[in-house]
Design a protein around this ligand. Structure first.
Ligand code: PLP
Length: 408
């Protein structure tokens, strides 16, 4: 079991001194996680002591910056077990990863009548870029439904996933239900009909060991800020031969080999997809993040979050009128989206905030999912390696107070 007290000491924002009046109970890591000192220091050291642009200067500062930035890429590649660091494209966030593939791969490979398969539990980041592509090309977007437990209903998969399907893009972990999807099974089904696969790992990479070679996915995207890293940096993983064949997404500096007034040729991978000055401090910060998570151990983090999820679902079940949406704890990552009778989730979140408890209320960028449930919004508590059972107890106490205030 993780030494959570020791881990919490790594996160300055979680110390009592940060929030002396009502100690912070941060239960919104699925939106964005907190950052450990090691990550803050890596970024600070770069900015204070070797700040310079990368891939350009023939002077030491710039070489140091380039080395640290590229070392971060190599660390990320090892972290997700990519074959080659060139398969790791630094983007701003997971959203940009989807847009890159939907645009670059999609423009070249999708035609009128082709089908793009998603699921009904996707985040908007894995819906809207495909809808835009489908509109441009006259393609069709289809969706694998979920059942009343928030689990994908695969009974009609053979009708949805056919030789017309050019790509199947789905989330490894739902950001609302917490459902852990059977990624390898779905990839195997896609391969059987010759479809490409893209995995939304925004809620997976931060919480469990992920091995892209074991998945054998074609593309996979995630964000730094949900895994204890900085905002402004994310990762698109793609198989080398696919990335080689794809045209650039954006044009500008760094992504070219040669430019004339008539035409341009492209840089090697991964830089072909990284136009302009990248997020250097953030990239270096992501390298430190990977070091941090590796040191703690991804399997240990996953096991601890499983324990927390069981604990939370049990504790929340004692609040009368509260319903947690999604599957039982055994099939779920550390996310509990709930409703409390007919109370508006924003009211719940506001009252909890008065007790120092930070939860998210809204549709969590999953409007189709909520529409299917007949809800406009849910309140979501999400857990990470620094969350304690005592914090979940405070959430439950807070919810009892909410009930009293509304005289339920
Ligand atoms: N996919 C899932 C499942 C998410 O939860 C999120 C963020 O909430 C995203 C994609 C998009 O992440 P970002 O906003 O960092 O691009």
């Amino acid at each position: 079991m993780l030494d959570v007290a020791k881990i919490r000491a790594d996160f300055p924002i979680l110390t009592v001194e940060s929030y002396p009046d009502v100690p912070l109970v941060f239960l919104d890591s699925a939106a964005s996680s907190q950052k450990p000192t090691a990550v803050l220091e890596a970024m600070d050291t770069y900015l204070r002591t070797y700040n310079a642009n990368v891939h350009r200067g023939i002077y030491r500062l710039s070489e140091d910056a380039t080395n640290a930035y590229e070392a971060a890429r190599a660390k990320v590649a090892r972290f997700i077990n990519a074959q080659d660091a060139a398969e790791v494209i630094f983007v701003r966030n997971a959203t940009e990863g989807f847009n890159l593939v939907a645009y670059s791969w999609g423009e070249a490979n999708i035609s009128a009548g082709d089908e793009i398969l998603l699921t009904e539990m996707e985040h908007h980041a894995n819906i809207v870029p495909w809808q835009l592509l489908a509109q441009r090309k006259g393609a069709v977007v289809r969706y694998v439904p979920f059942d009343e437990n928030g689990v994908l209903d695969l009974s009609n998969l053979a009708e949805l996933l056919t030789e017309r399907t050019k790509i199947f893009s789905f989330t490894a972990v739902s950001n609302v239900f917490g459902t852990i999807n059977p990624v390898k099974q779905l990839i195997a089904a896609a391969k059987a009909v010759g479809a490409m696969t893209m995995i939304d790992a925004a809620q997976a990479v931060p919480h469990m060991p992920i091995d892209v070679q074991d998945f054998d996915c074609d593309f996979l995207a995630f964000s730094g800020h949900k895994m204890c890293g900085p905002t402004g940096i994310g990762v698109l993983y793609g198989k080398r031969e696919l990335l080689e064949a794809m045209p650039p997404f954006m044009g500008g500096g760094d992504m070219i080999r040669r430019v004339t007034l008539e035409k341009s040729t492209w840089n090697d991978l991964p830089w072909k997809f990284e136009a302009g000055t990248p997020s250097i401090a953030e990239g270096i910060g992501l390298g430190a993040t990977v070091d941090y998570l590796t040191h703690v151990g991804m399997a240990e983090i996953h096991a601890y979050e499983q324990y927390l999820t069981h604990y939370a679902l049990e504790a929340l079940s004692e609040v009368p009128g509260l319903k947690v949406w999604g599957p039982p704890a055994s099939q779920k990552a550390g996310v509990a989206a709930f409703t409390l009778e007919k109370l508006h989730p924003h009211d719940i979140a506001e009252l909890l905030d008065k007790d120092g408890i930070a939860v998210r209320a809204g549709h969590h960028c999953a409007m189709p999912l909520h529409k299917k449930l007949g809800l406009a919004a849910t309140t979501r508590a999400s857990f990470y390696l620094y969350t304690t059972p005592a914090e979940i107890d405070r959430l439950v106490e807070g919810l009892h107070r909410v009930r009293q205030i509304f005289r339920l």
